[in-house]
Every structure is written in structure tokens, then in C-alpha cells.
Design a binder for this molecule. Sequence first.
Ligand code: HEC
Ligand code: HEC
Ligand code: HEC
Ligand code: HEC
Ligand code: HEC
Ligand code: HEC
Ligand code: HEC
Ligand code: HEC
Ligand code: HEC
Length: 304
Amino acid sequence: MISDQTRWAGILFLPLLLGAQSYVGSAVCKTCHPDVWWKFYKNPHYKSIASGRERPERTGCEGCHGAGGEHVASRGGKTTIPHAFSLMSSTQILNDCLTCHSKDVSKANIRRSAHTDADVVCSRCHSIHKAQTRKFLLASTQKNLCYQCDATVRAQFDMPSKHRVNEGVIDCTDCHNPHGTPAATWRTGIRPRMVGQAPDNEEPCLNCHEDKRGPFVFEHAAIRVDGCESCHSPHGSMNSKLLRRPVVYTVCLECHNGAGTFGVANAGVVIQSAAHNMLDPRFQNCTLCHVRIHGSNTDPNFLR
Ligand code: HEC
Ligand code: HEC
Ligand code: HEC
Ligand code: HEC
Ligand code: HEC
Ligand code: HEC
Ligand code: HEC
Ligand code: HEC
Ligand code: HEC
């Protein structure tokens, strides 16, 4: 058995022998940071120690905190450890984590993301030493994590028609990628809002609502070009089916109002005709007849 004294001597000598910027190995850190160490066994980052195959600068504690030689030689101190997160800028933290994670997290996307713009970087959402979730080392459960900053969204998920996020049926990350996304292929790419993407660069909605995917012989241009959000509020709505407006026809007439190229006659929906008599309440429910509103394989007017 090694006496305490010999161990201390070892700890103090090792860095002196190897030079101040040397790697001392994670076992040395255990002496003074036992609380951190004992939890570290369960951390996915422990794999680098367990495998014994990584280079020192990629192994264990020093993989994130940098070479510990000087820190150990001076028996602690914040300024002696190269990567003391409490002293690092957001950009430095981002870069530190990305040295290993640029495969899981696209550098280009995260650097342009709204989170990075707002200085919300890795360690705001992930907690390496005090994680509250078993998967993904999150600093708190996903919902609570997101609601810390995006509180207004919570109320949207309490509306009468909603995706059941608050109930735990689906997660924010079913639709969003907190690490940023490439420009969207819908809405001419102008408003990604970190909305994630389904395999073919489509809206994430299609991961679950597959029947709306198509391709249809007759597409409703609104969906391909403007996206599902042109008619639906993705989080929640006071109106049934998550619609943006209380009555279906007010949704339709937002576009089919005679402007632009809507309708065959370039004049919007013919309000008074055999097909459309708006004075009759029956006609106000457009989808009573236009049942295939998300696209049809048989009828250009989506009637069947
Ligand atoms: C001889 C004891 C000792 C050893 C060995 C030691 N530390 Fe420390 N460490 C300290 C002390 C003391 C502090 C507190 C400094 C303070 O709060 O001012 C500290 C603080 C830190 C911090 C916090 C910096 C911050 O952001 O506030 C990190 C990270 C750290 N140590 C990492 C390590 C790593 C990695 C190792 C192994 C390579 C290690 N320490 C080994 C004593 C030690
Ligand atoms: C995956 C990167 C990573 C690894 C590996 C890592 N740390 Fe940390 N450490 C951090 C981050 C990030 C913080 C800042 C605290 C936070 O934001 O959660 C931190 C904070 C600390 C602190 C300051 C006290 C605290 O709990 O906040 C100490 C001490 C520390 N680490 C020691 C260690 C030791 C010892 C090891 C190895 C057993 C280690 N770290 C491994 C990323 C890492
Ligand atoms: C705004 C909060 C947030 C920020 C900032 C953030 N993450 Fe995440 N990260 C998450 C959430 C939430 C998940 C869980 C995703 C899921 O449930 O599918 C996750 C998952 C992960 C995963 C595992 C799954 C995957 O997508 O590969 C890794 C690795 C990861 N994050 C690393 C990072 C790194 C590295 C950074 C900084 C460069 C970072 N994260 C920044 C919230 C964040
Ligand atoms: C030295 C390389 C390295 C650094 C630096 C590093 N990681 Fe990791 N990280 C890994 C490895 C390796 C894994 C384990 C992957 C696996 O399980 O196969 C991992 C796992 C994770 C996971 C868990 C993914 C899951 O599926 O549960 C998260 C979250 C994560 N890292 C976030 C971070 C954050 C945040 C930072 C910066 C503070 C960071 N990492 C820095 C190498 C690193
Ligand atoms: C069903 C898919 C879906 C889920 C689940 C979801 N979102 Fe969204 N979210 C979207 C879409 C799509 C947009 C873009 C809306 C638009 O551009 O009109 C958006 C926009 C946002 C915006 C930007 C709003 C604005 O006005 O700029 C925030 C913030 C947001 N979501 C946060 C969250 C949070 C937090 C959660 C989880 C609690 C969440 N979202 C869950 C689909 C979703
Ligand atoms: C992770 C799977 C998932 C994703 C992604 C998803 N949804 Fe849903 N959606 C559901 C489930 C499940 C329901 C059923 C409502 C419930 O009981 O929670 C639903 C309900 C709906 C409804 C209402 C149906 C009704 O009968 O009231 C609409 C509209 C809808 N989703 C549109 C969208 C849009 C638009 C998007 C993308 C912004 C989207 N969904 C993304 C799973 C998903
Ligand atoms: C042009 C407007 C419009 C667009 C764009 C649109 N929807 Fe709808 N959607 C509607 C209307 C209107 C209803 C209600 C139909 C009814 O009352 O019968 C509806 C109903 C739904 C429903 C519930 C009923 C059903 O058919 O399953 C889901 C789910 C849905 N939409 C998903 C989507 C998804 C996913 C997208 C994007 C791919 C999308 N919608 C785009 C207008 C639209
Ligand atoms: C975001 C704008 C938008 C909304 C909202 C919208 N549409 Fe459309 N719709 C279009 C566009 C664009 C076309 C293609 C027009 C063209 O090719 O001239 C189209 C085509 C159609 C067509 C095929 C006939 C034609 O003129 O090509 C019908 C029928 C139709 N829409 C019905 C509806 C109904 C019913 C609603 C409400 C549930 C609705 N639309 C909501 C944009 C919209
Ligand atoms: C009672 C059934 C019915 C209702 C309700 C109905 N439509 Fe139609 N719609 C039709 C039929 C049938 C056609 C094909 C007419 C034709 O070929 O002249 C049509 C054609 C269209 C067209 C393409 C031709 C054109 O006139 O530009 C659009 C756009 C359209 N409807 C939109 C709407 C909107 C918006 C509403 C709700 C305000 C609505 N429809 C309600 C039956 C209906």
C-alpha cells in the first residue's frame, strides 16, 4: 500500500518531471476532486479512460480541462488549469466541446444558430458533472430546460388544440434541433427557427404525419412552398386541428383572395357560383368538399 505521503510526493513530482504543461492523467485529479471523480464513472466521457486508447489530450478530465500539470504542481487554483469553464467565454466553451463533437454537432449549423447568437452554448444545456437526465447529460429535463428561456411557449402547449409536449408525448426536439439547422428548403429558407428536418430536407412534421408527405400528383403549393405553418400553429392553438384561424375559410381566403395567381381565373375563389355560394354557411367549411387539402392523386381541386 502506498502511504499518503508517497502519493503526495508522486503527485507533486510528476508534473515537475514532465514540465508544467504536461498531462498527468485523471487518477491524479481524484485526490482533490473526489466528488467529481466518483460520479465520473457513469459519465459517457469515462469511456476515454476505460478504453486506454486515446491520446492524453483526449483522455478523461484533461480531455476537456487541458493539461493538468501546472494545476497539480500549484495544488489547485482556477487560473492554473487551462480550461476552467467558469473563466471561459462562450466561444471558448463551444470550441472546447467541438474538438471532439463536430461529428454529432455540425460546426457550421451551431455557429449560425440563434442559441449561439444569444450566447447559449453547450454548458448552458448540458451539465457534465451534475446531469439531471440519464441520456444526453442534460442540465435539467428537456422541457424545463427549454422553458427556462422560452417561457411563452409553455402557454401555447396548454391551448385546447396542441401537441402534447407538456404531457410528455412528444418533445421539443422532435421538431427542433437545439444545435441549429441548415437553411430550410421550404419558406425559401428564410426562417429556419431551428426547426429540424426529416430525411429529405422536409419539415419534421412528416416524420410522424407520413400521410401528408406525398409526393402527390396534385400538390397544394401552400404546403411545399410555405410549409405546414402557413395554416397550422405548430405548438398549439385555440382552434381545432391546430389551425391558425377559428374558421377554416378564413385560413383559405388569406391566400385565395383574388390577389396574385390564386384560382384558375386568376381572380381568387369565385364567391358566388354553383360551386361556391358563400352566403350558404355550408360553403364556408371549405374542407367539406376540398377533403384532400394536403394534396391529391386524383383531383386538381383536391375534391377527392
Ligand atoms: C492538489 C489538489 C488538486 C489536484 C490534484 C487537482 N486539483 Fe483541480 N482544483 C483544486 C482546487 C483547490 C481548486 C479550487 C480552485 C478555486 O476555486 O479557487 C481546483 C479547481 C479545479 C477546477 C475548477 C476551475 C473553475 O472553473 O473554477 C477544475 C476544472 C479542476 N480543478 C480540474 C482539475 C483536474 C482536471 C485535475 C487533474 C488533472 C485536478 N483539478 C487536480 C485542487 C486540485
Ligand atoms: C466533457 C468535458 C469534461 C470532462 C471530461 C470533465 N469536465 Fe470538469 N467540467 C466541465 C465543465 C463544462 C464544467 C463547468 C461546470 C458546468 O458548467 O457544468 C466543469 C467543471 C469542473 C469543476 C468545477 C466544479 C464544478 O463541479 O463545477 C471541477 C473541479 C472539474 N470540472 C473537475 C473535473 C475532473 C476531476 C474531471 C475528471 C474526473 C473532469 N472535470 C472531467 C467539463 C468536463
Ligand atoms: C439549447 C440547448 C443545447 C445546447 C446549446 C447544446 N445542446 Fe446538445 N443537446 C441538447 C438536447 C436537448 C439534446 C437531446 C436531444 C434529443 O433529445 O434528441 C442534446 C443532445 C446532444 C448530444 C447527443 C445526441 C446528438 O445529437 O448527437 C451531444 C453529443 C450534444 N448534445 C453535444 C452538444 C455540444 C458539443 C454542444 C455545444 C457545441 C451542445 N450540445 C449544445 C441541448 C443543447
Ligand atoms: C476529448 C473528447 C471530448 C470532449 C472535449 C467532449 N466530449 Fe462529449 N463525448 C465524447 C465521447 C467520446 C462521448 C461518448 C460517445 C459515446 O457514448 O460513444 C461523449 C458523450 C457526450 C454526450 C452524451 C451523448 C449521449 O448520447 O448521451 C454529451 C451530451 C456530450 N458528450 C457533451 C459534451 C460537452 C457539452 C462537451 C464540452 C463541455 C464535451 N462533450 C466535450 C468526447 C468528448
Ligand atoms: C410539432 C413540432 C414542434 C414542437 C413539438 C415544438 N416546436 Fe417550436 N416551432 C415549431 C415550428 C414549425 C416553428 C416555426 C413556426 C413559424 O415559423 O411560424 C417553431 C417555432 C418556435 C420558436 C420561435 C417562435 C417565434 O415566434 O420566433 C420557439 C422559441 C420554439 N419553437 C420553441 C419550442 C419549445 C421550447 C418547444 C418545446 C417545449 C417547441 N418549440 C416544440 C415546431 C415545433
Ligand atoms: C413526434 C411526432 C409528431 C411530429 C414531429 C408532429 N406531430 Fe402533429 N401530431 C402528433 C400526434 C401524436 C398528434 C395527435 C395529438 C395528440 O393527441 O397529441 C398530432 C396532432 C396534430 C394535428 C391535429 C390533429 C387533430 O386531429 O387535432 C395537427 C394539425 C398536426 N399534428 C400538425 C403537425 C405539424 C404542422 C407538425 C410540424 C410542425 C407536426 N404535427 C409534427 C405527432 C407529431
Ligand atoms: C393550406 C392549408 C394547410 C396546410 C399548408 C397544411 N394543412 Fe393540415 N390541415 C388543414 C386543414 C384546413 C385541416 C382541417 C381539415 C378538416 O377540418 O377536415 C388540416 C388538418 C390536418 C391534420 C388533422 C387531420 C388529418 O387530416 O389528419 C393534420 C395531422 C395535419 N393537417 C397536418 C399537416 C401537416 C403535417 C402539414 C404540412 C406537411 C399540413 N397539415 C399543412 C390545412 C392545411
Ligand atoms: C399560404 C397560401 C394558401 C393557403 C392558406 C391556401 N392555399 Fe390553396 N393554393 C395555394 C396556392 C399557391 C395554390 C396553387 C395556385 C395555382 O397554381 O394557381 C393553391 C391551390 C389550391 C387549389 C387548387 C386549384 C387551383 O387554383 O390550383 C384549391 C382547390 C385550393 N388551393 C384550396 C384551398 C383551400 C380549401 C384552402 C383552405 C383550407 C387553401 N387552399 C389554403 C395557396 C394557399
Ligand atoms: C360544396 C362544395 C365546396 C365547398 C364548400 C367549397 N368548394 Fe371550392 N370548389 C368546389 C368545386 C366543385 C370546385 C371545382 C369548381 C369548378 O370546377 O368550377 C371548386 C374549386 C375551387 C378552387 C379552384 C377553382 C377556382 O374557383 O379558383 C378553389 C381555389 C376553391 N374551390 C377554394 C375554395 C375555398 C377557399 C372554399 C371555402 C371558402 C371552398 N372552395 C369551398 C366545391 C366546393
